[in-house]
Design a protein around this ligand. Structure first.
Ligand SMILES: NC(=O)c1ccc[n+]([C@@H]2O[C@H](COP(=O)([O-])OP(=O)(O)OC[C@H]3O[C@@H](n4cnc5c(N)ncnc54)[C@H](OP(=O)(O)O)[C@@H]3O)[C@@H](O)[C@H]2O)c1
Length: 295
C-alpha cells in the first residue's frame, strides 16, 4: 500500500514518515529537498500550486492514501497574505481532493483547533466552526472540500502540536524553548490560550492509522491534558529540569499587529480514543515520548 505525504519537510510530516515507512511504501512532496530522508522514501520536489506537475506526480505515484499536511500554517503570514494563503490552503487541497476522488485514494486533511473562536472551549466534532482569522477560514473551506469530495475522506483537526522534529525542519516551539532556557534567555508564552497539546510522535502514529483504517469524517486529534500555554511551558520545564523562572506569561490577543487567536480552543479527544488503537497521551507522557523518539 502506497502512502503520499504532502509537506514532506514539515514538522508533522517528519513524524508520519518515520512511523509509516514500517507498513507503507512512502512517497512525499515538498518545495525543497528533505535533508536526511531515508532512501526508501521517494521524495519529490515540486510546487504543489503547479496543478499540472502535481497531477503528473500524483498519477506517477498512484497512492492508496494521502495525508495532506502542506499548508501555510503560520496564522500571521496567512492574515498578511490572504490570496496566497487561500491558493495554498484551499486551492491545493481542492486539486488533491479531486485527484483522490478520481483514483479512489483516501484523503486525510490536517486541519486545526483554530477553526473555533475559543469562546466555549472543549470542542467536539459536532461543534460548528467559528473561524476568527484568515488561516482558520482557509481551513474551514478546505475541510468542506475534502468532506464533499469522497465519503471515505477524513478531516483531522490537530490541537497544538508539541515535540521535537523527528526529521526535516520542524517549526517546533519546544526545540526553541529548550535552546533559549539553556542559554538563560527569557521565553514568553500566552496564558490566555488554552489548548489540549498533542505530541508529534502520537500524532504521526494516529494520522498513519487513519490512512489505513476505515474511519471517515471529522476527528479531533488532541492530548489528554487541558492547559494554557504558559502553564504548559512551566510543566515542560519541570519535566526537563530547565529553569522555569525564565518563563513569562503574555496575552497573545493584546499584542498589536497580530491576527486574533482563539482563547480556549481545547478539543475533546473521546472519538479518537474510541476509534484509534494509538493511545492518546498526557502532556508529561508526550514530552517524555518525543524526547526519546528516534527514527
Ligand atoms: N504545528 C501545529 O501546531 C499545527 C496545529 C494544528 C494544525 N496544524 C496543521 O498541520 C499541518 C502540518 O503542520 P506543520 O507544523 O507540520 O507545518 P509546517 O512545518 O509548516 O509544514 C508544512 C510544509 O508544507 C510545505 N509547503 C507549503 N506550501 C507548499 C507548496 N506550495 N508546495 C509544496 N510544499 C509546500 C512547507 O514548505 P516551506 O516551509 O518551504 O514553505 C512545509 O515544509 C498544516 O496543515 C497545519 O495547518 C499544525
Amino acid at each position: 500500500m502506497k502512502l503520499l505525504i504532502t509537506g514532506l519537510n514539515g514538522f508533522v510530516a517528519g513524524s508520519i514518515v518515520a512511523q509509516a515507512r514500517k507498513n507503507w511504501v512512502v512517497a512525499g512532496m515538498d518545495l525543497a529537498e528533505t535533508p536526511g530522508m531515508p532512501q526508501d522514501v521517494a521524495s519529490h520536489q515540486l510546487d504543489l500550486l503547479d496543478e499540472q506537475k502535481l497531477t503528473d506526480c500524483f498519477m506517477q505515484i498512484k497512492p492508496d492514501a494521502v495525508i495532506h499536511t502542506a499548508a501555510i500554517a503560520n496564522i500571521d503570514v496567512c492574515e498578511n497574505n490572504p490570496e496566497m494563503a487561500w491558493k495554498v490552503n484551499v486551492g491545493i487541497t481542492r486539486t488533491l481532493a479531486t485527484l483522490c476522488a478520481q483514483t479512489g485514494a483516501k484523503m486525510i486533511l490536517c486541519s486545526t483547533d483554530s477553526i473555533f473562536d475559543g469562546t466555549k472551549g472543549y470542542y467536539t466534532e459536532i461543534d460548528a466552526p467559528t473561524p476568527l482569522n484568515h488561516y482558520a477560514r482557509t481551513k474551514v473551506e478546505a475541510e468542506k472540500i475534502v468532506l464533499g469530495a469522497s465519503d471515505r475522506n477524513v478531516v483531522a483537526r490537530l490541537s497544538l502540536v508539541m515535540g521535537l522534529a523527528v526529521m526535516g525542519k520542524g517549526n517546533s516551539f519546544l526545540a526553541d524553548m529548550i535552546e533559549k532556557l539553556k542559554k538563560g534567555d527569557v521565553v514568553k508564552f500566552p496564558s490566555n490560550e488554552i489548548r489540549t497539546p498533542v505530541d508529534v510522535v502520537t500524532l504521526g502514529a494516529a494520522l498513519t492509522e487513519l490512512a489505513g483504517n476505515s474511519f471517515s469524517g471529522i476527528i479531533h486529534l488532541a492530548g489528554n491534558t487541558l492547559i494554557n500555554r504558559y502553564e504548559m511551558a512551566i510543566q515542560i520545564a519541570r519535566i526537563l529540569r530547565l529553569n522555569e523562572a525564565l518563563i513569562e506569561a503574555t496575552d497573545s490577543n493584546a499584542m498589536p499587529g497580530r491576527a486574533p487567536r482563539p482563547n480556549d480552543a481545547s478539543l475533546v479527544n473521546k472519538l479518537a480514543a474510541e476509534v484509534l488503537t494509538t493511545p492518546l497521551r498526557s502532556l508529561e507522557e508526550g514530552v517524555r515520548l518525543t524526547m526519546n523518539f528516534t527514527i
